[in-house]
Design a protein around this ligand. Structure first.
Ligand SMILES: Cc1cc2nc3c(=O)[nH]c(=O)nc-3n(C[C@H](O)[C@H](O)[C@H](O)COP(=O)(O)O)c2cc1C
Length: 428
């Protein structure tokens, strides 16, 4: 069967990308040689490893990363203390010239971080003059060894506005502000970036975290000459946080800026979720660190097949499509309740549903010892669905909606005969 060719191109801040998939700023986008390989594999653009102006000497801690393995699952996350680029500015700019000459249809986003107002302007102008199509202002590295930089700037709204304004005055190419997730509400700093003239928002940078402590030396990883630190977590472990911030930004009508989503994208399904919540372009680091540049083939193929199956012609038609049904929890209709439904014929009799229902849910299952099968007492079922999460048979346990105003049994109270001893004083 010949696969229908889908046009995955997107317009982002007035710049055309052949597809929404970009390298994010990190070791995967550290040099022209690497980025050229990525472009050959199919990536449509790059947010180059964050440029430094050479005034502040950058030295990466050693070691600079640690894997977050969980049980048999490898690299569910990544911990890093890497700094911005330690390469001379000139080398990075020569790389831009090389890439622009050899890959004119790909987009170069120059990620920059200044340590003064003048440096922001200098890096911005130098990037534009040497072929960058866009800028990304790094307001978000969570573990800079230079005091008062990175995510510290990203938490100081007046600095976000000031530096964005400075950069906008220096260049005419579109400017993205890359935000830190290490705050409660990202819309506020994003609005300051908009006030400063930002054309779009990129999110998220890494989440401040600790994913491993050495059991023998009691030191957080990565351990740098005997010392650990709270540092940046990335990869699938942070995807729910990334999606949440993108949704917050996309729903903020006052903001109304295009978004470049990132945080835990490894598969076309992750990518699609970011699109559905409002991202137009998608950036990847940890997925590449785990699997290499060629994951872009799966990203392109998976998204293309999904769109072909549903007759969706443009990526833009997917952007933000999950937002209308994304509401605050007070909008839930609590008169609509449901229960689990068991297709018992397919049950393998492992009993895992019984254990979780007894130990973490409504004790709504009885065990038919003869048939070695569970039996659901429907009006005790809490519809929490934890039984389905542990069932090894796909879709054996599904959710069944009950008629409106259907009621479940109240939970049994064991201490009924102790009512006389109940102490309930009202606090004044
Ligand atoms: C080792 C490492 C170095 C990074 N360096 C930078 C950087 O220099 N500038 C920047 O804006 N983000 C940097 N990031 C953050 C990534 O660009 C990205 O925002 C983050 O890792 C989330 O995406 P992911 O889950 O696909 O990795 C770095 C991430 C890692 C893992």
């Amino acid at each position: 069967m010949t696969r229908k060719k889908i046009d995955l191109s997107v317009d982002f801040c007035g710049v055309k990308f052949n597809n929404p998939f970009l390298l994010s700023s990190s070791p995967v986008s550290n040099s022209a040689e690497m980025v050229a390989n990525a472009f050959e594999a199919g990536w449509s653009g790059v947010a180059f490893k964050t440029l430094n102006s050479d005034r502040v000497r950058i030295v990466h801690p050693s070691p600079r990363m640690n894997p977050y393995h969980y049980g048999s699952k490898r690299l569910v996350g990544l911990q890093n203390v890497e700094q911005i680029s330690d390469r001379p500015l000139k080398d990075n700019l020569l790389d831009f010239l090389y890439l622009k000459k050899n890959y004119p249809d790909r987009v170069i986003i120059s990620s920059i971080m200044g340590f003064s107002n003048e440096e922001w302007a200098y890096l911005a102008k130098a990037s534009e003059d040497n072929g960058a199509d866009m800028l990304e202002l790094n307001f978000s590295c969570p573990h800079m060894t230079v005091e008062g930089s990175g995510h510290k700037v990203g938490q100081a709204n007046h600095l976000i506005e000031k530096f964005t304004e400075t950069v906008k005055r220096a260049v005419s190419i579109p400017v993205l502000a890359k935000m830190t997730p290490n705050i409660t509400d990202m819309t506020e700093p994003a609005l300051y970036a908009k006030q400063g003239g930002a054309d779009g928002i990129a999110a998220i940078n890494t989440v401040r975290g600790i994913s491993q402590i050495g059991l023998d030396d009691w030191t957080a990883r990565p351990k740098v000459a005997g010392i650990g630190a709270i540092s940046g977590t990335s990869g699938p472990a942070v995807k729910p946080i990334g999606l949440r911030f993108i949704a917050d930004l996309a729903k903020c009508e006052q903001l109304g800026l295009p978004l470049s989503g990132q945080g835990g994208i490894e598969t076309w399904i992750d990518a699609l979720e970011y699109l559905l919540l409002g991202s137009t372009t998608l950036q990847v680091t940890t997925g590449i660190i785990h699997y290499g540049y060629r994951i872009v083939e799966d990203l392109i193929e998976g998204l293309s097949d999904y769109m072909a199956e549903r007759n969706i012609e443009r990526v833009a038609d997917l952007v933000g499509k999950a937002l209308p049904t994304l509401q605050e929890t007070d909008k839930f209709d609590l008169d609509r309740q449901g229960t689990a439904h068991y297709d018992v014929e397919r049950c393998v009799g492992c009993g895992q549903c019984l254990v979780v229902c007894n130990d973490s849910a409504g004790q709504a299952l009885e065990w038919d010892a003869e048939k070695r099968r569970p039996r659901l007492i429907e009006d005790k079922c809490l519809s929490c669905m934890v039984c389905s999460f542990v069932c090894p048979v796909t879709d054996l346990i599904t959710y069944k909606e009950q008629p409106k105003n259907w009621q479940r049994q109240e939970t049994e109270v064991m201490g009924k005969d102790l009512e006389g001893q109940l102490k309930l004083e009202v606090c004044k």
